[in-house]
Structure formats: C-alpha cells, structure tokens
Design a protein around this ligand. Sequence first.
Ligand SMILES: C[S@@+](CC[C@H](N)C(=O)[O-])C[C@H]1O[C@@H](n2cnc3c(N)ncnc32)[C@H](O)[C@@H]1O
Length: 229
Amino acid sequence: MSVREEFDAWAADGRDRGMEERHWHTARDVLAAMPVEDGDRVLDLGTGSGYALRALADTHELSHGVGLDGAPEMAGNARSYNQSEGAETLSVTVGEFGSLPLADDSVDHVFSMEAFYYSSDPVKTLRELRRVLVPGGTVHIAVNYYEENVHSHDWQENIDVEMTRWSGPEYREAFREAGLHVASQRNVPDRETEIPATEAFPTDNWDTREAMVERYREFGTLVTVGVAP
Ligand SMILES: C[S@@+](CC[C@H](N)C(=O)[O-])C[C@H]1O[C@@H](n2cnc3c(N)ncnc32)[C@H](O)[C@@H]1O
C-alpha cells in the first residue's frame, strides 16, 4: 500500500486527530527546544493534522510555516484546521519526502514527528532537507519507532507502508552521510500517557507495568538534531 492510500484512510476516519493527541506528549518538548525566531520559515515534514506548526505559530511570528504531506486527504484536513484556527502564515503542500517541492536555502528549521521512517530512501530525504535548509538551519527528527525501543518492533505488522527502523547511532551516521552536522540526540520521555497500577496488568497491550514504564517514561521519543553547514 502507498503512503497516500494508507494515510488518506487515516485522515478520512479521524485518526489524524488521534495521532496528534498521542504525539503531542513529546512533540511539544521537541518544538519548545527548537531555536525558532520571529521571521523564520519552518517546514513540518509529514505534517499530519498540522498541529506542530499551529503550536509554533501561536508562540512565534513565523514568516511562513509549510506542512508537507504525501496524503492529499491528510493535507486537506490540516488546511481546514489551519483555516478554522486563523493560522494565516501557514500553508500545506502535498509532496514526497524524496523530492521536496521547495527551493534551495528556503527554510530555517525543519521539524518531523513520527513520519521520517516512512521514507522509501531516508538518506535521500536527509539530503533533500540539507538542500532546502539555509546554512546554520536545523533539522529535528523525532521518532518513536527505532531500534532501541524494543516495544516498537512489532509496529510494522499493523501498517502496510514499509518502515525503516534505525538505532540512535544509525540516525547520527545517516545525518553525517547526508552532509548534516549532528548537534544532539536525546530521548524525550512521555510523562502523560496514563500507566495503570500494577494490579491492572496484564492489559490488552502490555504484559507488565515495567514494560509500559520503559516504553513511555524511559524510551519515549528519540530526537536527533542536525545543523546544515
Ligand atoms: C504517523 S503520521 C504523523 C503525523 C504528524 N507528524 C503527527 O505527529 O501526528 C505520518 C505522516 O507522514 C506522511 N508521510 C509518510 N511518508 C511520507 C512520504 N514518503 N512522503 C510524504 N509524506 C509522508 C503521512 O501521510 C502521514 O500524514
């Protein structure tokens, strides 16, 4: 199944808002740590419902925020949410991670949450990000699906789009291969997902409380930050 078919189906039955709710727990920490200044241009790669740019536009006078997504229905939903929230500096573009419809040196910062690993050629995508970033621009790739997070390993079974499961060191290596400097890498814990008391386990999704604590409070979201030379 293509990215378009898979995520258009998600958008059509309201799963875009469900993702937003789950991802916001850690995305907000990533957004707060981005060195965005008034007047900056920001790209959200795999924007989904577009919540990340709306959050940035609430706290910064962005020159422009572009949400890019390969699923037209998803992009349509993001556009309508932007409109109903009066986010005038934001736009949504339908496009592919491997060939960004953006000019060289046209973006100051890139954010991407739970989207990058769907790229069919992740190093090519990083090269594209480097191309569109101005020198000194930053890229913040946040993922919950990664090698060290053993609790994510079976996620591929539930989705028809092929996913790349890199480790932290593999992310750093790929950033460098694409010509980006690695500025930092960290885990952002999810402190909001409710974890029931020990007596509630096993649950439908978790055998033990320890495993659930590890998944959310310890592993959380892996964030790799790169800087364009
Ligand atoms: C799991 S959703 C995450 C959305 C949002 N960032 C969030 O945090 O909720 C991944 C999004 O990336 C988009 N996407 C995945 N692979 C893509 C690709 N190769 N090109 C363009 N968009 C892609 C999907 O259409 C989907 O909306």
